[in-house]
Ligand binder design. Structure first.
Ligand SMILES: [Zn+2]
Length: 435
């Protein structure tokens, strides 16, 4: 098969990434872009203008998922979709999610320039709030789109300041879109997400491309320890019901539970804690923390979860504390479609990029899309595996490799329509570049 390389321009993507990074609530090099904040709304507007400029048909849904469609020759066929998110956790970097959105835009652009006439429509999806920053729920847009968040769940959502999701949605100009018409229909033929790895393995192995075979199953729990607050000087040690001391013991038990399974795929984290009254000279009356628990094996994750809960209950009993345990979410792991994974590996090989199969330990919108259609993810390396921090970095050539593989996969998956004008038909598979 004779194919001219697609004229992907990494400098164009890098320029776009730099521009998108300016829509931020914190100063550079940090990026902070929280759902429906002023920078988020401005970023959405800027991005939408880029899609329109590219001749794509743009629409929103009721939660602000943004869709940009290149209408194929047969619009009735389920589309092939790609995309990611543009929200950014506080004080993070410019590559998480955005590479998958702006990379898709570049892929579409060069495929159009190359004269591709896709049989299926191709669509870029920009998911609302992949990060749980504002409402404590990850992948809000893709959950809603795949029926994992019902309209009544969305209606009761409030952020820490008490602002409702619904009022923000109205402020974002989405009031006219009914929440109950949200679920993805018709299904996509396939969904491919390009993303930075957010881990060290590709860099360590010297591979340009990761073909993701499965996405680890995340679960989150909220635990509250209730004891009795008191004066740090006058409350005798024997009389105390110290909620923070109980929580501290609990955190170590959680760490131990994950480590004891002896697998690198089981991870449990307590990353924040709230204590009341929260004074140097006061015994803590209550303490609450979240547990983030993930595993590639659902049965094992469930077993670890039970083990953790039992350990915390034992600690609470011994210390005469009341424990409440709330499930925030328990999502299943997702398997990628073997055919799509094979396509990624084949495209990488054809384009001369070293690739490896891997799993995603972070969750992504793809986890939820997997409920509706075949999915796969293309990973590219990021420096030292760092992400969610200003040091997050992928080089222009690393990004370009990912976009090339994405474009090649999209070209194959979209199928080919009528023969394009031979003057522009320079890169279609099976066609020789006209001279
Ligand atoms: Zn992401």
């Amino acid at each position: 098969m004779d194919q001219a390389p697609l004229p992907i321009r990494s400098e164009r993507i890098v320029e776009h990434l730099a521009k998108l990074a300016t829509f931020s609530s914190s100063p550079p090099p940090e990026v902070t872009r929280v759902l429906f904040s002023a920078p988020d709304l401005a970023a959405r507007e800027w991005l939408q203008a880029r899609f329109v400029e590219e001749g794509l048909t743009v629409r929103h849904d009721a939660v602000g998922n943004l869709f940009a469609r290149w209408i194929g020759e047969d619009p009735e066929l389920p589309a092939v979709a790609t995309g990611s998110h543009i929200d950014a956790v506080p004080h993070s970097g410019r590559f998480d999610g955005t590479v998958g959105v702006l990379g898709a835009l570049e892929a579409f652009r060069v495929l159009r320039e190359s004269g591709l006439n896709p049989k299926r429509s191709l669509e870029i999806v920009v998911f609302t709030a992949e990060e749980p920053t504002r409402f404590g729920i990850s992948c809000l847009g893709s959950r809603a789109l795949t029926g994992k968040l019902a309209p009544q769940d969305l209606e009761v959502l409030r952020d820490e300041a008490g602002v409702s999701f619904d009022s923000l949605r109205v402020g974002a100009g989405l009031a006219h879109l009914p929440l109950d018409a949200l679920v993805l229909s018709p299904r996509y033929a396939a969904f491919l997400e390009l993303h930075i790895e957010q881990g060290p393995l590709l860099e360590r192995e010297g591979a340009a491309i990761g073909a993701v075979e499965a996405i680890a199953a995340p679960a989150a729990y909220r635990v509250r320890w209730q004891g009795a607050a008191g004066h740090a000087g006058t409350m005798l040690m024997s009389d105390r019901r110290d909620a923070l001391a109980g929580a501290a013991e609990g955190i170590l038990a959680i760490e131990r539970a994950a480590v004891e399974w002896g697998t690198i795929d089981t991870v449990a984290t307590v990353g924040q804690i709230a204590v009341l009254p929260g004074a140097l000279n006061a015994v803590a009356g209550s303490a609450s923390f979240g547990i983030d628990l993930r595993d590639i094996d659902l049965k094992r994750r469930e077993a670890v979860s039970i083990q953790i809960r039992e350990a915390l209950e034992r600690i609470a009993r011994r210390r005469s504390l009341e424990l409440t345990w709330e499930v925030v979410y328990e999502d299943p792991p997702a398997s990628c479609d073997p055919g799509l994974v094979a396509q990624i590996l084949e495209s990488a090989d054809r384009l001369g990029f070293g690739a490896m199969r891997m799993i995603s330990r972070a969750y992504h919108d793809s986890l939820f899309l997997a409920l509706r259609c075949p999915i796969a993810m293309i990973f590219i390396p990021c420096r030292d595996g760092r992400s969610h921090c200003p040091e997050e970095y992928s080089s222009p050539s690393q990004i370009e490799a990912g976009v090339r593989v994405l474009a090649d996969c999209l070209r194959v998956l979209a199928g080919y329509g009528k023969s394009p004008d031979p003057a522009t038909a320079t890169v279609l598979p099976g066609r020789v570049r006209p001279r």
